[in-house]
Design a protein around this ligand. Structure first.
Ligand code: SF4
Length: 272
């Protein structure tokens, strides 16, 4: 087997092993095997003939799918209607569509919407959880203490100007007392994250922390177990890693090394 193929196979096997471990942790011990019917056989044949999603130049549609794996609570929010973007939305379009958004309860307590920051054509895109106090005050993502650490890791560690990458969050308004955003809030905001990703078209996404990783992987993940492994989000390679706020709380050489390794791998892949 050629070397790159062998590496890819090893990465796939590692991802499959983690997925199985997650199922076991969640109490799933068996699956029912679906019996093929004439209908399902025809459906699979049709799918095989269809073009892969990322090659289609259809308008990008984003609705509010369930944000699997995120802590849920009483949904006191209004889900947005389906939004139909142009074939290749720009960040400006997405920001205009967002407007002075009141689609979820987080609108009530925010000072500013924190949309995103950086190069609109970045190869590397960072997705975090939500704005904190400083971000809410300035309207920019990752400018508080955790943001300073992220900026240092990007600029000093990766030797890349922060303005070369794109940074945003899964929710654009600050949750009260910096709590984890609720499932319904994430679902309300998700169409805009998806449209940002479609607009930037990064070569690699780095998901910072559990909520962003769980959202983008569509299942509840244990970030300390899955970090450092490659996944995909809508055909884009995705590297989950520890959130800089977690690193600040657990400032151990091991955690710093882990994030450093993950970011180096992400940068290298974005340059391939
Ligand atoms: S978090 Fe997102 S959906 Fe909720 S009000 Fe803010 S911008 Fe709108």
């Amino acid at each position: 087997m050629e070397r790159p193929l062998a590496d890819e196979a090893r990465a796939l096997i590692a991802s499959a092993r983690l997925l199985l471990e997650d199922f076991i942790e969640e109490g799933v011990h068996s699956f029912e095997r679906a019996v093929p019917t004439a209908d399902t056989t025809a459906m699979h044949a049709e799918r095989a003939r269809s073009k892969p999603l990322e090659t289609a130049r259809e308008p990008v549609r984003t609705a509010a799918p369930p944000a699997s794996g995120i802590a849920s609570a009483t949904p006191s929010v209004e889900l947005p209607d389906e939004i139909v973007w142009s074939a290749q939305p720009t960040l400006e379009e997405v920001r205009n569509e967002l407007g002075e958004c009141t689609r979820c309860g987080l609108a009530v307590g925010r000072n500013r919407i924190v949309f995103g920051d950086g190069n609109p054509e970045a190869d590397l895109m960072f997705v975090g959880e939500g704005p904190g106090q400083e971000e809410d005050r300035r309207g920019l993502p990752f400018v508080g203490k955790a943001g300073e650490l992220l900026t240092q890791m990007i600029e000093k560690g990766l030797e890349t100007p922060r303005s070369d990458v794109y940074i945003c969050n899964i929710v654009k308004c600050r949750p009260p007392n910096n709590r984890t955003p609720l499932e319904a809030e994430i679902a309300s905001c998700r169409p805009f994250l998806d449209a940002q990703i479609a607009a930037v078209k990064p070569k690699v996404i780095v998901a910072l922390g559990k909520p962003a990783s769980s959202l983008l992987l569509g299942r509840d993940v244990a970030i300390t177990r899955i970090r450092g492994n490659w996944f995909e989000y809508r055909g884009i390679p995705l590297m989950p890693t520890l959130h800089p706020a977690y690193i600040l709380r657990q400032y151990t050489p091991e955690n710093r090394r882990h994030v450093w390794e993950d970011l180096k791998a992400a940068l290298a892949r974005s340059r391939e």
